[in-house]
Design a protein around this ligand. Structure first.
Ligand code: GLU
Length: 613
């Protein structure tokens, strides 16, 4: 079902006014026992404490950022539900994590409704212009250099995030957009404290940010990198949120905000004399008006008696995590040695990625065998390729999910195409038992590097998630660009239910294609290896994506496990950091546990409404 974005603003303000000078409220409790901001009283508070785990009642929020988690908690505290709080948290992340998310991007929203005990999803992926064809990134007969495509108008898809927020609130929320945007608007206006991650992400982008004066003016205040500990304000974004609150998301899909986006994409405002050739895009008012966030069925598979729900194509997340889980189900991972656990996890990932590359693209354009990819019969036909003492060769050929053949390979192998690695994931639960698992992105850290002048947000470069040319010239690539098509994603917001359809755990991560392996590894560390959720998230990661080498984080790369796995035949490369997961776990009697990263990306922020032990 497609929802057109109507201008359905429900003006907010149910809990009224912002007091100037009041930032997101303070977190209590620096210890592991939990953190919750007190109700906004008007007292001036400047710091929000960041802890990776919190336990308590009244609902929970986990995100990468303390101000953003506090925004969600504020909404829960005032009686909003998990959907309201998720949108509030996402909007706040648009302020404090502007290089990973924002109204210039897209994402995938997964919602568990406690009353009906059912899971629903929204595909809010960016779309290619209606004029795009398979040669979108081909110039003079050759694929464009990836970096040139990233920093260009050409890679900007129609943003899906505003439509996702409005659709989620319309379908399942209890508050209007204006109301849930309030905390984020306040943070944008009054500022947040610059941390190391924000500064280093700015530094990584400094060169290309300087190509665009509006981006440099915003993110390099006074021409310099933001100083750690200083207050960063974004009054333009505060005004954008205020306009969305007043006019609704129609301001983007049919109005003046949209006109500014189109103008910027089609004529990127490059600094005179920079010499940078920012390829123009071909976005039109028609593209924006045509955009619809898509309500669709989740993917579903069972794993050791539990029900695993995630996002269906256009993301490959649900089918690939699901297929790998089905493959792993053959092995008792709870009893396996650490070496055999990692070996099976790596090989299941390799196989699932081989199948993802061949079969998954936007189902509005491609015949995607979603059901068959998730069938146990297909997984069994692939699982029998794995042995305890040998390693499969990548690129591994895909199987044919429509005609599973024992230990079958149904075609020629193709390498996994490159995807940028950045975005952000948030997980929310409320006191009624509703849960949201939501991953949103502008693709690369810093997206296209193009800020919409005067509007305070970066535009995405999501269209670089398309294959520029066929990954395997011998077979059809389902991920070539097309008119209005969604590029294949790896985003995998997941919710696991027990046999009574009650939540067990919900989680997700950023990380481009490594999202899939991070979600798979965290799930198995938690469900099979029985690590506490926060430790399952913190566990050192491996990522195999049908490549010759498996990436390892330093703690694994430098451990004796590497040698033991090499003895079976594995090859490795070092990846300094993979993913940045968050999750929530349902505990008995209405209690929730929120968990985030202990170290990655400077640590995440877990909060509950009421941390009473
Ligand atoms: N563009 C990526 C995807 O949709 C997400 C970016 C990321 O997480 O890093 O799969």
């Amino acid at each position: 079902m497609w929802l057109r974005c109507a201008d359905r603003s429900r003006r907010g303000g149910r809990w009224g006014g912002r007091k100037r000078g009041v930032r997101a409220v303070s977190g209590a409790g620096g210890g592991g026992g939990g953190a919750a901001p007190p109700a906004a009283t008007g007292a001036k508070v400047t710091r929000v404490t960041k802890v990776p785990v919190a336990v308590g009642y009244g609902g929970a929020v986990a995100s990468v950022d303390a101000d953003a988690s506090a925004a969600g908690i504020e909404v829960l505290r005032r009686g909003g539900n998990a959907v309201d709080a998720a949108v509030a948290t996402a909007a706040a992340l648009g302020v404090t994590e502007p290089y990973s998310s924002g109204v210039g991007g897209g994402g995938y929203f997964v919602y568990y409704d406690a009353k009906s005990r059912t899971v629903h999803t929204i595909d809010g992926r960016e779309t290619a212009p209606l004029t795009a064809d398979s040669h979108l990134f081909v110039e003079n007969g050759k694929p464009l250099a990836f970096a040139d495509a990233v920093t260009s108008g050409l890679s900007v898809g129609t943003p899906g995030t505003p439509a996702t927020w409005q659709t989620a609130l319309d379908e399942w929320g209890t508050r209007g957009l204006g109301t849930v945007l309030k905390p984020a608007e306040r943070i944008a206006r009054d500022g947040f404290t610059v941390d190391d991650t924000f500064r280093s992400q700015t530094a990584d982008n400094e060169t290309r940010f300087r190509y665009f004066p509006d981006t440099a003016k915003l993110f390099l205040p006074n021409g310099r990198l933001p100083v750690v500990g200083s207050t960063f304000k974004n009054p333009d974004l505060a005004r954008t949120y205020e306009e969305l609150a007043r006019k609704g998301v129609g301001a983007i899909y049919h109005g003046d905000l949209g006109r500014d986006i189109v103008k910027t994409v089609n004529k990127p405002p490059v600094a005179a004399g920079s010499g940078y050739d920012a390829r123009p895009g071909k976005l039109s008012a028609k593209d924006l008006a045509h955009y619809g966030a898509k309500l669709q069925k989740p993917t579903h598979t069972t794993y050791r008696g539990l029900k695993v729900y995630s996002i269906a194509p256009s993301s490959s997340g649900g089918t690939t995590v699901g297929e790998a889980l089905n493959i792993l189900e053959k092995t008792d991972l709870s009893k396996a040695s650490e070496v055999q656990y990692l070996h099976h996890f790596i090989e299941a990932s390799r196989i699932a990625f081989a199948d993802r590359g061949r079969w998954v693209g936007d189902p509005a354009f491609e015949d995607v065998p979603t059901k068959q990819l998730l069938s146990q019969k297909f997984a069994d036909s692939r699982a029998c390729l794995i042995t305890d003492d040998a390693v499969l060769t990548s690129p591994l050929a895909p199987g044919d999910p429509r005609h599973p053949a024992a230990c079958g390979k149904g075609g020629t192998a193709a390498p996994t195409t490159y995807e940028g690695e950045n975005t952000t994931h948030l997980t929310v639960a409320d006191k009624w038992g509703n849960v949201v698992s939501y991953t949103l992105t502008i693709e690369q850290t810093g997206g296209s590097a193009i800020t919409v002048p005067g509007r305070g947000f970066l535009l995405n470069n999501e269209l670089t998630d398309f294959s520029f040319t066929p990954a395997n010239p011998a077979v059809h690539d389902p991920n070539l660009p097309g008119p209005g098509k969604r590029p294949r994603s790896s985003i995998s917001p997941t919710i696991v239910l027990d046999r009574y359809d009650r939540p067990v755990v919900a989680l997700g991560s950023p990380g481009g294609a490594t999202i899939i392996t991070t979600v798979l590894q965290t799930l198995t560390e938690f469900l099979d290896r029985h690590l506490p959720l926060v430790d399952a998230i913190a566990a050192p990661r491996a990522s195999q994506r049908n490549a010759a080498r498996t990436e390892l984080e330093p703690a694994l790369y430098n451990s004796d496990l590497r040698g033991k796995l090499q003895a079976i035949g594995h090859s490795f490369s070092l990846n300094p950091e993979i993913g940045a997961a968050t999750g929530v776990q349902r505990l008995p009697d209405g209690k929730w546990l929120a968990a985030a990263e202990k170290v990655r990306r400077g640590g995440g922020s877990a909060m509950v409404v009421d941390p009473t032990p």
